[in-house]
Design a protein around this ligand. Structure first.
Ligand SMILES: [Zn+2]
Length: 119
């Protein structure tokens, strides 16, 4: 997998975790007491990690990521059998099956999400 894609996937996962925590922290105080989780501190730790990872992105990737991140929660989508699962439009399979292309950072022509190919 492309190293930048790994970073993007980690950011995406941390952000999903953050959303879950925010929802849990807002509505379910019981959970916080049960698990002795300091939600604000946990959110801060996640934010710090997200920022750190964003710093690992190459400038052009980061610009593209930031443009998307404001409107889309999942900036990385799987492509299965040549279809982008972010927008369900097929991506060029001739390109998708090319080995060198698989190892490069690709994004969907239609929705702009970064793609990882699941075979
Ligand atoms: Zn797409």
């Amino acid at each position: 997998m492309h190293p930048q894609l790994e970073v993007l996937l980690q950011i995406q996962d941390l952000k999903a975790q953050k959303r879950e925590l925010e929802e849990a922290g807002g509505g379910r105080q019981v959970q916080e007491e049960q698990f002795k989780l300091d939600v604000p501190a946990a959110l801060e730790a996640l934010d710090g990690k997200i920022e750190e990872l964003e710093g690992d992105l190459d400038p052009p990737v980061r610009r593209r990521y930031e443009r998307m991140a404001s409107g889309i929660t999942r900036v990385v989508a799987p492509a299965i059998n040549g279809t982008c699962y972010g927008c369900f439009v097929s991506v060029a399979t001739s390109v998708a099956s090319d080995r060198s292309e698989r190892n490069s950072l690709r994004s969907c022509d239609n929705c702009g999400r970064f793609l990882y190919f699941v075979s």
